[in-house]
Design a protein around this ligand. Structure first.
Ligand code: NZQ
Ligand code: ZN
Length: 391
């Protein structure tokens, strides 16, 4: 197992009818800004329920945080924080609203351009940037979409200057996150499938690399993957199936909260190419991971061989055939699973053809994504092969 530091201060409040917890955990004298997205929270009545749970507190609203939250929108949120002297944020939404709220939390008192907080790839903030942060607003989360894992991690992904750079900081963990699976029942099927697939790929990007003797993480990863396979179709087709949805919600959170992804190598190839697909063509984040992951497994099958065989045997129970046949079947079953939930896993279905590949590679080059994967060997040529494979 590799060395790691693990720190996670997020209080998880899980289960049915848990909204009242905001009354317990948001300070009584807080000036609260509720942040939300394009309107689903208002349409479903969730916003009113959250406001009722906040009781007599002074409450403001900041709606309109779009999927793949835009930097310019979030600057407006920071203006509102300063203007209204907000001292607590409450994010009501999925990954985009939570990420946007994290950025508002860390950027509102930043002395300088908050864009300086954003960087490509995973890395620490420079001393100079850290020194400009000032106070970071505390915030809570009411999760409406299980997928990103943002409700229990310290990353945020923001649309900025033609890319999707990230901010990582221990300062942007939420104080509490309410995970009520029934709140997610209003999601369209497509978003639920996105959530299952994004979660699957968050796990496999940390599991399907090379063995480091991290048995605990491996068994946890395999447990989440098998659970997703068991409940994926049920939760897409039947939102009222509480057991299935509850397992998706918790699975999405544990996939990216450090349990499974500490002490193991990481392959960010799928996410890094996927972010470019979202920026260039507007494809949903979860769908980009479903398109790319089968192609990444195929193109990187030599370097991933041992873990691919473990994946085939332990997750898909494939025991017959040669090693290559087992790997072929595991990749095929993974793609079939994604497609069984209504997701098309081919770029061509989204109007993207061979002619588009150079512009995608150009973006990867511009963003310095020329040495990706657990082996740092996915250069532009290999990315081209992955994109060809994904057509
Ligand atoms: O905006 P509204 O009207 O609320 O509609 C949203 C949005 O259109 C809708 N929705 C959410 N909850 C709903 C609902 N509709 C009905 N009922 C509900 N209960 O769903 C649409 C998509 O929402 P979004 O938040 O964009 O989806 P998701 O949770 O998949 O988040 C995607 C974002 O997370 C980032 C992605 O890059 C992307 O920007 N990620 C963040 C990560 C992190 N912080 O650790 C890791 C992830 O890999 C990912 O990169
Ligand atoms: Zn993701």
């Amino acid at each position: 197992m590799l060395n790691f530091d693990y720190y996670n201060p997020v209080r998880i409040i899980f289960g049915k009818d848990r909204l009242d917890a905001v009354n317990q955990y948001v300070p009584e004298d807080a000036r609260v800004l509720i942040t939300y997205g394009g309107g689903s929270a208002r349409r479903t009545g969730l916003l009113d329920r959250v406001k009722a749970a906040l009781g007599d507190r002074t409450v403001f609203e900041f709606g309109g945080i779009e999927p793949n939250p835009q930097y310019e929108t979030l600057l407006k949120g920071m203006d509102m924080v300063r203007r209204e002297k907000i001292d607590y944020l409450l994010a009501v939404g999925g990954g985009s609203v939570i990420d946007g709220t994290k950025f508002i939390a860390i950027g509102s008192d930043y002395s300088g351009d908050p864009g300086e907080l954003l960087q490509l790839g995973i890395g620490s903030l420079s001393e100079e940037t850290l020194g400009r942060i000032g106070s970071v607003l505390p915030y809570g989360v009411v999760l409406t979409l299980p997928a990103s894992g943002s409700e229990m991690n310290n990353g945020a992904c923001i649309s900025y200057k033609g890319g999707k750079p990230l901010v990582y900081s221990e300062k942007i963990y939420s104080q509490f996150s309410i995970l009520d699976p029934t709140i997610t029942a209003t999601l369209p099927k497509r978003q639920v499938a996105n959530g299952v697939v994004d979660t699957f790929v968050h796990i496999t990007e940390n599991y399907l690399t090379y063995p480091v003797g991290a048995r605990i993480q491996d068994r946890m990863a395999e447990g989440v993957l098998q659970t997703l396979i068991e409940i994926g179709n049920a939760t897409v087709s039947d939102p009222a199936n509480y057991e299935a949805r509850a397992n998706l919600v918790w699975g999405a959170t544990v996939a990216l909260n450090g349990f499974v992804n500490s002490g193991v190598p990481m392959d960010g190839t799928t996410h890094m190419i996927g972010l470019e697909l979202t920026v260039l063509y507007g494809i949903d984040h979860g769908t980009t991971t479903g398109i790319l992951w089968p192609a990444v497994m195929e193109v990187c099958r030599v370097q991933k061989r041992e873990k691919l065989l473990q994946f085939a045997q332990r997750v898909w129970q494939i025991c017959d055939g040669t090693d290559d046949e087992k790997i072929d079947l595991a990749i095929r079953k993974t793609r079939d699973f994604f497609e069984s939930m209504g997701m098309n896993t081919h770029l061509s279905a989204y109007g993207i053809s061979r002619e588009n590949i150079p512009e995608i590679l150009e973006k990867l080059k511009e963003h310095g994504m020329t040495a990706m994967s657990e082996r740092h060997n996915v250069d532009l040529e290999m990315s081209g092969k992955i994109l060809e494979m994904a057509l």
